[in-house]
Design a binder for this molecule. Structure first.
Ligand SMILES: [Ca+2]
Ligand SMILES: [Ca+2]
Length: 384
């Protein structure tokens, strides 16, 4: 009796070991599909293109020197496996070629320090140090299947967004619409005062920042004169022809200060990449059917357009606004190009200015939030 009990308990222990081994074996494909760690990338300096996941820990300026504050340029970032890493031997130096600098350079985005990102590109020495040069993709980590669902972490998840948390796709869209349509509707006159608050220059409280041109201009210099600022409808008001009496035409989530002539140059163009340079608007481009804003506000533009799509669903007397893949949308209640806007949302995540703006609109003006500023990853859930 005793012997068979011992045998049985040994069998049970052996079965448990087999189960553990099987679980480990079945986990292997998932492990292989995840990005490299920084340690793995440092050990794989063979020129192969890989995706590496790490925390942004500073700005490399020499082989053994990484700035963790006082950033001098947007040319490179250092990644590590922990956000607190200070040993350069455990860092991967990532070159930021031109197209990545506005969104990922630490001089322009000091708030990115400590963020977790996925960077894709060839692994090879940079600054005579293990590195990754000429990235082909950089994105905030969190979209991958190995990450927790993209619903946790926001300060309003337990309150404002509680009915949306845990949902995805159309269910998420419907829930967000119900939440954000509860708002105070401003008059077009009140929009002037709102913009003087929401778009205030962080460096000069007498000024606002014009969205496309990036110029700081006196709050009091608003109006219709050349080089004054006026109220730009980022969702061009002719797309759905909703006017400026109230509703979408006075919704400050997509209304921004802009130079009068630059505003006129943007006109009612859809959004897309390319074209020729726009006068008085550095890094802005336009052609006959589309406008491309500067890199630093590409994500802001995308999130404003997508807010409008969810806020206005045609159930409260206003047109059902929707993004599409077209340019030349004319007076249809549509704006393109969705694929470009989605890429802009990824390339230019919300910064402090955009987050403060959302908060001011919520606290002070309309009482509703732009969900995509709080949760940029919801864009891919609703528009996969
Ligand atoms: Ca931005
Ligand atoms: Ca809609």
């Amino acid at each position: 009796m005793q012997g068979s009990v011992r045998v049985r308990s040994r069998l049970a222990a052996f079965a448990a070991l087999v189960l553990v081994a099987l679980a480990a074996a079945s986990a292997q494909p998932a492990v292989a599909a995840t990005p490299l760690t920084v340690a793995q990338a440092i050990a794989t300096q063979d020129g192969s293109s890989q995706t590496v996941r790490g925390y942004i820990v500073g700005e490399p300026v020499a082989t053994n020197t990484v700035n963790r504050s006082g950033f001098t340029a947007d040319y490179a970032i250092a990644l590590a496996d922990t956000a607190s890493e200070t040993a350069t031997s455990r860092m991967l130096y990532v070159q930021l070629t031109t197209q990545w600098r506005a969104a990922w350079g630490l001089k322009s985005n000091p708030g990115n320090l400590g963020k977790q990102v996925d960077v894709t590109g060839p692994l090879g020495a940079y600054f005579t140090h293990p590195g990754l040069k000429s990235p082909t993709a950089i994105a905030a980590a969190g979209g991958g299947s190995t990450e927790p669902p993209p619903t946790g972490g926001g300060p309003y998840d337990d309150t404002y967004y509680k009915d949306a948390i845990g949902k995805s796709g159309n269910a998420l869209r419907t829930s967000l619409h119900t939440i954000i349509k509860q708002q105070r509707v401003l008059t077009y006159d009140q929009v002037w005062d709102a913009l003087k608050d929401t778009d205030q220059d962080p460096a000069n409280s007498n000024n606002v920042i014009e969205i496309y041109s990036g110029r700081s201009i006196a709050k009091s210099d608003n109006g219709g004169g050349v080089d004054q600022w006026n109220r730009e409808h980022v969702w061009a008001k002719s797309h759905g022809d909703f006017g400026t009496v109230n509703g979408p035409g006075t919704d400050v989530h997509h209304l921004r200060p802009e130079d009068v002539t630059v505003n006129a140059d943007r006109g009612n163009l859809d959004f897309d990449n390319g074209g020729s340079a726009v006068n008085q608007c550095p890094d802005c481009w336009r052609d006959g059917d589309s406008f491309e804003p500067r890199d630093a506000v590409k994500g802001d533009v995308a999130r404003m357009i997508l807010y409008m799509a969810i806020r206005y669903e045609g159930d409260d007397g206003w047109p059902n606004l929707e993004p599409n893949e077209s340019v030349n949308n004319g007076s249809a209640p549509a704006i393109g190009k969705l694929s470009v806007l989605k890429a802009w949302n990824t390339a230019d995540p919300p910064d402090a200015f955009e987050k403060r703006r959302n908060q001011r609109i919520y606290d002070q003006w309309q009482g509703n939030r732009n969900p995509f500023v709080d949760h940029p990853e919801w864009v891919a859930s609703i528009w996969p």
